[in-house]
Ligand binder design. Structure first.
Ligand SMILES: NC(=O)C1=CN([C@@H]2O[C@H](COP(=O)(O)OP(=O)(O)OC[C@H]3O[C@@H](n4cnc5c(N)ncnc54)[C@H](OP(=O)(O)O)[C@@H]3O)[C@@H](O)[C@H]2O)C=CC1
Ligand SMILES: CC[C@](O)(C(C)=O)C(=O)O
Ligand SMILES: [Mg+2]
Ligand SMILES: [Mg+2]
Length: 348
């Protein structure tokens, strides 16, 4: 633990693993986060069960890894910690199935606080409610763990009836590899608002929009799609890797002076005051609950807009060009080499 920062950050030495002794953890869902939490915990020596619906397409993968699978209700009945890792939009329905099995002193555990914060799930007073939210896609939570590295995570406690919620949450975070990189103490509100803002404005929405607009500007001006792909998409990873390793300065140090001068003088013309105002508007939609309402209604209506824009994204030219180019990399699977990275399953 360190007090150098504005928030409490815990590392492996701060964690008492005994809080997971004689404890069974039920992981509901075996998707991006679910498979990572279940496998990492199992390999950390935790007793893990996986909860999946009857005829679940995920059952085979979980069983092949030696995990015991039951329905969400069955595994919740056997576990003291129930980790809800099905998609946010199905959590309220799955919660209805497990609620009768929440016993005094159990922990209801989340990786994102949307349903608690926006009152879609109201847990009983006799359980702890915690969140361990890795700041990473689940497949990398798993990959980092296997590579003896870690993934930073957030820990929040919404309800602490036992008095052990923080310690149990930390033990959970350590078991999935988060304490190797740092576990930041936060609240459900802060996690939800920063996570939704980050994924919409920077990590997922902002960056894909930047890539597509850059690519389209070059292609529309007559440059080859292949050159535009390498420039605006492929090299982005390499630039971001440098920022990940050593901050903005390591990236600026590695690129040419020409790139540094051009980037420093032009970047703010792209992400300008207008873009900043849009960011603030999006943050307000998150804070007010407007985004959550829109997303819940979109699901109740059968996802009409989501289906359409998702398809348009898949059909974007950059996807087809990128797929062809990536297939030709000398290390690609089509070259006969085995790829050890776990496959990222399609959502639907
Ligand atoms: N994706 C990520 O990296 C991150 C996710 N989170 C949070 O983690 C949680 C889980 O998200 P994520 O891992 O993306 O989820 P996924 O979409 O990957 O979850 C898929 C899993 O949920 C199961 N599932 C889907 N629908 C149902 C249903 N109706 N009933 C029972 N099981 C169902 C699927 O099983 P089946 O085969 O039966 O469909 C599958 O095992 C969310 O709260 C999310 O916000 C937090 C940080 C990052
Ligand atoms: C950035 C998207 C994310 O918040 C994540 C991987 O952390 C998510 O909800 O998937
Ligand atoms: Mg996130
Ligand atoms: Mg998120």
């Amino acid at each position: 633990m360190t007090d150098e920062f504005t928030t409490q950050i815990y590392y492996e030495d701060d964690v008492d693993e005994s809080y997971l002794e004689n404890t069974t953890v039920a992981v509901l869902g075996y998707g991006s986060q679910g498979h990572a939490h279940a496998l990492n915990m199992k390999e950390s020596g935790v007793d893990v069960l996986v909860g999946l619906r009857e005829n679940s397409s995920s059952r085979k993968a979980a069983e092949e890894e030696g995990l015991e699978v039951g329905t969400p209700a069955e595994v919740a009945a056997q576990a003291e910690i129930i980790s809800v890792l099905v998609p946010d939009t199905v959590q309220p329905a799955v919660y209805e199935e497990i609620e009768p099995h929440l016993e005094e002193g159990d922990t209801l555990q989340f990786a994102h606080g949307l349903n608690i914060h926006y009152n879609q799930i109201t847990p009983p007073e006799h359980v702890d409610v915690t969140m361990v939210a890795p700041k990473s896609p689940g497949h990398l939570v798993r990959r980092n763990y296997v590579n003896d590295e870690g993934t930073p995570g957030l820990l929040a406690v919404y309800q602490d009836t036992t008095g052990d919620a923080v310690q149990r949450g930390l033990a959970y975070a350590k078991a999935i590899g988060c304490a190797r990189a740092g576990v930041l103490e936060t609240t459900f509100q802060e996690e939800v608002e920063t996570d939704l803002f980050g994924e919409q404005v920077v990590l997922c929405g902002g960056v894909t929009s930047l890539v597509k607009h850059g690519y389209e500007t070059l292609v529309d001006a007559g440059y080859s799609p292949e050159a535009a792909y390498f420039e605006c998409m492929n090299e982005l990873k390499l630039i971001v890797d440098l920022m990940y390793e050593g901050g903005l300065s390591e990236m600026w140090d590695s690129v040419s002076d020409t790139a540094e001068y051009g980037g420093l003088t032009r970047g703010d013309r792209v992400i300008d005051d207008n873009a900043r105002e849009n960011m603030e508007e999006i943050l307000e939609e998150v804070q007010s609950g407007e985004f959550a309402r829109e997303w819940i209604l979109e699901n109740q209506a059968g996802r009409p807009s989501y289906t359409q824009i998702r398809q348009a994204e898949k059909d974007h030219d950059i996807e087809e060009v990128g797929e062809r180019l990536r297939d030709l990399y000398s290390w690609s699977e089509s070259d006969g080499e085995e790829d050890e990275t776990p496959e990222v399953p399609a959502d639907d």
